[in-house]
Design a protein around this ligand. Structure first.
Ligand code: HEC
Ligand SMILES: [Cu+2]
Length: 386
C-alpha cells in the first residue's frame, strides 16, 4: 500500500515544487525535501481551511440571543468520531513513512563517496582535500556522492548549504559526517569579467570580495555555505562558498593550483593570500584595531608582553610558534582562542606569512638575540615537520 503513496502524493507535491520561496535545487536531497515539504504543507491547508471555515460557520449559525439559557450538548455519534480519528492517523503514518525514508537516505553515506575533511572554527572553515591541501572554499564534482568528515576546533558549529538542503551540526571532540550529491555544476564567468574583478582586487589591496562579484577568484559561480549554529561574535560572518566542477579532472586541476605557492608568486603575496584564506584575517587586523587577536600592524620587531608577564621579541620564531602552538605563549590581554595550524601550513606557508607580517611593520628588522632563540625553539621544535 505504501508503495503507491509516492505516486499519489507526487501530484500534490508538484504543485509546490517550483515555488520561489526556496533557493535553487542543486542536490538530490533538494527535490525530495521540497516535495515532502510541499505535501505536508498542502495536507495542513487541506484540513485547516474546512475546519476553520466550519468553526466560523457554526459560531454564527448556532449563536443564541443574549440571555438565552445554556443547554447541555452531549449528543454522540460513534461512527463519525471513529472516521475522523482513524482516517487522519493513516495520513500521519504515511507522512512518517515518507519522512523516515528521506531521513535514512540523508544519514546513509553511499560507499565509495568522494571524501573531503572539514574543520570549523571561530569563525571560518577549512576544507581538507588531502595531501596537505587546505582551502576555505568547498569544491565538489557534479553528480558525485560526496562525504564530509567534519570536526570543530572550539564550539558547536553547523554546516548548512541551502541549495543542497543539507545541514549537520559539528560538535567539538568528535567527528560528524554528512553527505550529498550535487546535481548542478557551477557556471564559469567570462574571461573579461574575471579579469576585471582580478584587476579591481589587485588595485584595492583587499581580499577577494565574493559578495561584490558573486563568483570566485577562479571565475566560478557558487552556492552559499553558512554556519547555522550561533557560535559567538562573528557567527554571521562564518560563511564560505561551494563550487561544483563538471569533472574530477577540473577539480584536481583546481586543487593543484591552490595547493602551494607557484614559482611566480612572491612569499609576501602568498602570505597575504593565506592570511585572507586561512582565517587569520578574522582575528588579526592590519590597521591596528583589536579583534580577537592582536593586530599585525607594527608587530614585527616589537616587544610582546605575555600573559605570564614575560616579554618576547616578535620575530620569526615567535610567529612560527604562535601558528603551530598558539597556547605556548599567550599575548597579554587576549584569550587563548587561536586554533593551532600545526600540520595545516607548510614550512613555505609559514615563511610566507612571516614575510607578509614583516611588510605590515615599520620597525627595522631586528636580528633574533641569542637569548630568546632557544626558548622559542624548544617548544616548537618537536612539533614542526622540518
Ligand atoms: C580565532 C581567532 C584567531 C585566528 C583564526 C588566528 N589567530 Fe592568531 N592569535 C589569536 C589570538 C587571540 C592571539 C593572542 C593569544 C595567543 O597568543 O594565543 C593570537 C596570536 C597570534 C600571533 C602572536 C601575535 C602577537 O601579537 O603576540 C601570531 C603571529 C598569530 N596569532 C598568527 C596567526 C596566523 C598566521 C593565523 C592564520 C593562519 C592566525 N593567527 C589565526 C587569534 C586567532
Ligand atoms: Cu559557527
Amino acid at each position: 500500500m505504501f508503495a503507491m503513496l509516492p505516486g499519489a502524493f507526487s501530484l500534490l507535491g508538484d504543485q509546490f515544487k517550483d515555488y520561489a520561496w526556496f533557493p535553487e535545487q542543486a542536490s538530490t536531497f533538494a527535490e525530495t525535501n521540497d516535495w515532502l515539504y510541499g505535501v505536508i504543507t498542502f495536507i495542513c491547508f487541506l484540513f485547516f481551511i474546512p475546519i476553520a471555515g466550519l468553526l466560523f460557520y457554526f459560531a454564527i449559525r448556532y449563536r443564541k440571543p443574549k440571555g438565552a439559557k445554556a443547554e447541555s450538548q452531549v449528543a454522540h455519534n460513534t461512527k463519525v468520531e471513529l472516521i475522523w480519528s482513524i482516517a487522519p492517523s493513516f495520513v500521519l503514518i504515511a507522512l512518517f513513512y515518507l519522512g523516515a525514508r528521506a531521513y535514512l537516505d540523508i544519514r546513509t553515506v553511499p560507499e565509495g563517496s568522494y571524501e573531503i575533511g572539514v574543520q570549523a572554527f571561530k569563525w571560518g572553515w577549512t576544507m581538507d582535500y588531502g595531501r596537505g591541501t587546505y582551502n576555505p572554499e568547498l569544491h565538489l564534482v557534479v553528480n558525485e556522492p560526496t562525504k564530509l568528515t567534519m570536526k570543530s576546533s572550539d564550539v558547536i558549529h553547523s554546516l548548512y548549504i541551502p541549495a543542497f538542503r543539507a545541514k549537520k551540526d559539528i560538535v567539538p571532540g568528535r567527528y560528524n559526517y554528512m553527505w550529498f550529491q550535487p546535481t548542478v555544476a557551477s557556471e564559469k564567468v567570462s574571461e573579461e569579467e574575471l579579469a576585471k574583478a582580478t584587476q579591481w582586487t589587485k588595485e584595492s589591496g583587499q581580499g577577494w570580495n565574493y559578495e561584490k562579484w558573486q563568483f570566485t577568484e577562479h571565475g566560478y559561480r557558487f552556492f552559499d555555505l553558512y554556519c547555522t549554529e550561533y557560535c559567538g561574535t562573528n557567527h554571521s560572518e562564518m560563511q564560505t562558498v561551494v563550487v561544483v566542477h563538471e569533472t574530477q579532472e577540473e577539480l584536481d586541476a583546481w586543487i593543484k593550483e591552490v595547493s602551494a605557492r607557484g614559482s611566480d608568486v612572491t612569499p609576501e603575496a602568498w602570505g597575504k593570500l593565506l592570511y585572507e584564506r586561512r582565517g587569520c584575517q578574522g582575528c588579526h587586523s592590519l590597521d591596528g584595531s583589536k579583534l580577537s587577536g592582536p593586530s599585525y600592524k607594527d608587530a614585527y620587531g616589537s616587544k610582546r608582553k605575555l600573559q605570564t608577564g614575560e616579554e618576547v621579541l616578535f620575530d620569526e620564531n615567535y610567529v612560527r610558534e604562535s601558528i603551530i602552538n598558539p597556547k605556548a605563549k599567550v599575548a597579554e590581554g587576549y584569550a587563548p582562542v587561536m586554533p593551532s595550524f600545526k600540520g595545516q601550513l607548510s614550512d613555505d606557508d609559514i615563511y610566507s606569512i612571516t614575510e607578509f607580517i614583516k611588510t605590515q611593520s615599520s620597525n627595522t628588522p631586528v636580528a633574533t638575540p641569542a637569548t630568546t632563540q632557544p626558548a622559542a625553539d624548544e617548544s616548537a621544535a618537536g612539533e614542526t615537520k622540518e
